[in-house]
Design a protein around this ligand. Structure first.
Ligand code: SF4
Length: 449
């Protein structure tokens, strides 16, 4: 075993939206392997342990090794010539890189979209329609005495949401930790998270909206028919009990997952949850928050929002930002065969997008930025190798509660960061366009707006 071990205190795990910033890493500086990751959950430990710097060219152009500079030139040529380019991904990179990506989309009159469009996009739409009652995870830890998880499985997706913030930790106003909290789980099936719950509501698939609307009625003291059980699988007595607990707790929180947003009803479901939260704030303090998946997907929402006014799926085609999910979101643009170039940053859509979208990606020049070889990078015209954010790259990420966290990288990578490559591409595109943004694009769009 190497003697050359470096300890990194307060390192940050960017594997999931909890963005735990209390990790103590031991790094073998001879092999650049992370040998220990104290405080990390099983997912975080795997994230650090499996981190290795792939030995591959700085860039591949049409499968042939190239330098970063050659890759930048090729990528800039593709983007500057494109009539309807799309920039996608961004949830696993720093805010500093995200803001450069947005400015490139603006410069080339393209679309910028993030993985939010395939996870909590409906939540973003619901926020705009209903509003949001927020709290930091620290407030949840110190105050929440009723915690509800709806349509998610934190035990397997965000393990430390239970142990660090919402179920077991002792807090200022919940000094006995788990004993002071009531935990409720709502889902269509039992999962690894179910044993944590005091109360489990198994709802029939695709009836979340009905359950939520019934709860809203009960919270307001309105009558709900017994037939709700036949419709949703949850008895009126159970719903009445939950409504009562919600109204009488001191600080309630609902964390919700993709069981709400990627289900029948989508943004109506998310909106119903947020509206329930609004109703409950007439009786007590209640917070409704999405449990976000990727390490900096909340950062992507923040960066795209503060630069364009919209959280994802933003089209600069007319020289100003427009937002229309379903029209300018990546899956839709690709499935309709509209984009004529794509730049994918820290994401692998070719491994999980619908077939029609992947087929279109194969037909157009694709640029990828990724530390690893992925399905998408293997079909790319230009594939950059990048350093891993958090482990090799400093910067800012947003935790799922929108608290910004500074990264403390463990060691340097021989490869550049996403931000460095994107900045070089932006400079070159700007030069190719004569320092100006493209004139208003004449590319086809599916719907006039
Ligand atoms: S909960 Fe998420 S951020 Fe925290 S250690 Fe586990 S994987 Fe990493």
């Amino acid at each position: 075993m190497s003697e050359n071990i470096k300890t990194v205190a307060d390192a940050t795990c960017t594997f999931c939206g909890c963005v735990c910033d209390d990790i103590v890493l031991s790094v073998d500086m001879d092999t650049h392997q992370i040998t220990k990751s104290q405080n990390a959950c099983v997912l975080g430990k795997a994230w650090f342990k499996e981190h290795s710097i792939e030995e591959r060219p700085a860039a591949l152009i049409a499968g042939r090794p190239a330098t970063t500079e050659e890759g930048v030139e090729e990528a800039a040529q593709i983007l500057a010539k494109a009539r309807y380019p799309i920039i996608y991904g961004l949830s696993d990179t720093t805010c500093e890189a995200q803001r450069v990506a947005v400015s490139i989309a603006d410069m080339i009159g393209g679309i910028v979209d993030t993985t939010t469009s395939v996870c909590h996009g409906p939540t973003g739409m619901a926020f705009q329609g209903i509003g949001e009652s927020t709290a930091s995870l620290g407030e949840v830890r110190n105050r929440a005495d009723l915690v509800i998880f709806w349509g998610g499985n934190p035990a397997e997706a965000h393990p430390r949401l239970f142990t660090r913030y919402a179920v077991t930790p002792k807090g200022m106003y919940v000094p006995n930790g788990r004993k002071d909290r009531t935990i409720v789980l709502v889902d269509v099936r039992r999962t690894q998270s179910t044993p944590v719950a005091d109360i489990f509501l198994q709802v029939k698939p695709r009836t979340d909206f009905e359950v939520l609307w019934a709860l809203r009625a009960l919270v307001k003291g309105l009558k709900v028919d017994e037939s709700i059980e036949e419709r949703t699988g949850v008895s009126l007595a159970v719903l009445e009990d939950l409504a009562n607990r919600m109204k009488t707790c001191r600080f309630g929180v609902i964390f919700f997952g993709m069981g709400i947003t990627m289900n029948r009803g989508r943004h109506f479901n998310a909106g119903a949850l947020l509206a329930l939260g609004t109703d409950l704030n007439q009786f007590t303090h209640f917070v409704v928050a999405p449990a976000r998946g990727h390490g900096n997907v909340s950062g992507a929402d923040n960066v795209v929002s503060w630069q364009t006014g919209f959280p994802f799926g933003v089209n600069f085609n007319r020289g100003y930002p427009r937002f229309n999910p379903g029209e300018w979101t990546t899956v839709d643009v690709l499935c309709r065969g509209e984009a004529d170039a794509a730049m994918i940053i820290a994401s692998d859509p070719a491994s999980n997008f619908p077939k029609a979208a992947i087929e279109h990606l194969k037909r157009i020049p694709v640029i990828t930025l990724d530390p690893k070889t992925t399905v998408t990078s293997t079909l790319a015209r230009v594939a950059f190798t990048t350093a891993t954010y958090g482990i090799n790259v400093p910067g800012t990420v947003y935790r799922m509660d929108n608290v910004p966290i500074s990264l403390r990288p463990a060691f340097e990578s021989p490869y550049p960061s996403d931000q460095q490559i994107l900045t070089a591409i932006r400079e070159r595109v700007s030069a190719l366009l004569g320092g100006n943004r493209l004139p208003v694009n004449t590319a086809p769009t599916a719907a006039a707006s």
